[in-house]
Design a binder for this molecule. Structure first.
Ligand SMILES: NC(=O)c1ccc[n+]([C@@H]2O[C@H](COP(=O)([O-])OP(=O)(O)OC[C@H]3O[C@@H](n4cnc5c(N)ncnc54)[C@H](O)[C@@H]3O)[C@@H](O)[C@H]2O)c1
Length: 382
């Protein structure tokens, strides 16, 4: 197993933690899986055993490996059991106070060599690290949902992290069959930083009433091969989660692109949270998705360019590609890492740079010029 890590702890066995515990146990680590109460720990065990059982029944996990994996997992409601862990991954709810007090408690339980990893999507890893007595041994380990399936792990280091710890965690992710992308701590890391500007643009466009939500989604999917349109994706993520992530992004960047679209915020206020509440941009009554947000077009003056289907794609997808170019220009992540992250984290058939190459960066820059969209100077150079 990976140098120095043979026992891992996972705290919080909800959507993400259960999947992460499964991934680590399948990779051969002894896993101490911790929940807040005994009944929740039992629920976590059921969830993981069911998932492993499905993998076995579908022939993806040998019956002997199933038994061995189950035997490597122990479930508890006592965080003191984490004293044996070389690495603890926390997957408790996305609240800074919860996560800092958990790491504070673990500081007193775990030996000094234990690495603390957070699965946070949007909180600053640096803030969590600075609140511990081992800031050099704290990293982000951002898995994607569902963790046993999605291959990407964003490994996030802070200005305080020891490089040997980053290497260890990256190697561990690889040993788990994942593809790690190592990046510094910045709001949204690679995937959410790129995704949410684009999703918010789509939310704003839905609000203009120039296209119904299904048409808007369809045009994007047809042009890009993305697995689903932006509004369908927002419904799947949860509109409340979208607003939370956008607010974190906006707080950090002060870029109005990330200021949540007014209608998006109103949908959340109305309790329309997407799939999980049965209604968001679409309504899911009876299983089928039917557009639930229809905005009347007040200004019926036709702007010929906007009537073209290509306008939607240029206005939504090209700025999304430009965001990737900006990220490269900022030296935040390499071209390959950005493409890998968007393919494996979002299911894009090709990454933004591969798509840009296909479209032609010059053509994208010309279209953005026409739209009056201020793009990265690097785009023109490309
Ligand atoms: N859901 C996603 O798609 C997704 C994707 C990537 C990252 N994340 C991040 O993963 C983290 C967890 O999200 P989730 O969706 O799995 O949440 P969740 O609400 O499904 O699960 C959280 C679990 O933590 C448990 N918990 C709370 N306090 C605890 C404590 N002190 N000790 C032990 N267990 C405790 C809760 O009982 C609950 O089961 C968040 O930081 C989130 O931002 C979520």
């Amino acid at each position: 197993m990976t140098v120095g890590i043979s026992t891992a702890g996972v705290v919080g066995l909800g959507t993400m933690g259960a999947g992460i515990a499964e991934v680590l146990a399948r990779a051969g680590l002894a896993v101490v899986a911790v929940e807040a109460a005994a009944d929740l720990a039992a629920k976590g065990r059921d969830r993981i055993e069911q998932s492993l059982g499905r993998a076995r029944d579908r022939g993806r996990l040998d019956p002997a490996d199933y038994d061995a994996t189950v035997a490597r997992l122990t479930f508890t409601d006592s965080r003191t059991d984490l004293a044996a862990a070389d690495l603890v991954v926390e997957a408790v709810p996305e609240r800074l106070d919860l996560k800092t007090s958990l790491f504070d408690e673990l500081d007193g339980i775990c030996p000094p060599h234990t690495v603390f990893a957070t699965n946070t999507s949007s909180l600053p890893v640096t803030r969590l690290a600075a609140a511990t007595n081992r800031p050099a041994r704290v990293v982000g380990m951002h898995f994607f949902n569902p963790a046993p399936v999605m291959r990407l792990v964003e490994v996030v280091h802070t200005v305080l992290t020891d490089t040997a710890v980053v290497d260890t965690v990256r190697d561990l992710a690889t040993a788990c069959g994942k593809t790690p992308v190592v990046v510094p701590d910045r709001a949204g890391f690679v995937v959410n930083a790129l995704l949410f500007g684009y999703l918010n643009d789509a939310a704003r466009m839905a609000e203009t009433g120039r296209r119904t939500v299904d048409v808007l989604d369809r045009l994007v999917v047809e042009a890009t091969g993305f697995p689903m349109g932006p509004l369908t994706l927002m419904d799947l993520i949860g509109l409340d989660v979208c607003v939370e992530v956008l607010e974190v992004m906006y707080d950090e960047t002060r870029d109005r692109r990330y200021a949540p679209a007014p209608l998006l915020k109103r949908l959340v206020m109305a309790g329309h949270l997407g799939r999980k509440s049965g209604r968001g941009y679409y309504s899911y009554d009876g299983g089928d998705a039917t557009p639930a947000v229809v905005v009347p077009l007040l200004d019926k003056t036709a702007v010929p360019e906007r009537e073209q289907p290509g306008w939607v794609v240029e206005r939504l997808v090209y700025p999304h590609l430009d965001d990737a170019v900006r990220m490269l220009d900022d030296n935040y992540a390499s071209r390959d890492d950005i493409d890998t992250a968007m393919r494996l984290g979002c299911g894009y058939p090709r990454g933004p740079f591969a798509l840009l190459d296909e479209l032609g960066p010059g053509k994208v820059a010309d279209a953005l010029d026409r739209l009056g969209y201020p793009y990265s100077p690097l785009l023109r150079q490309l």
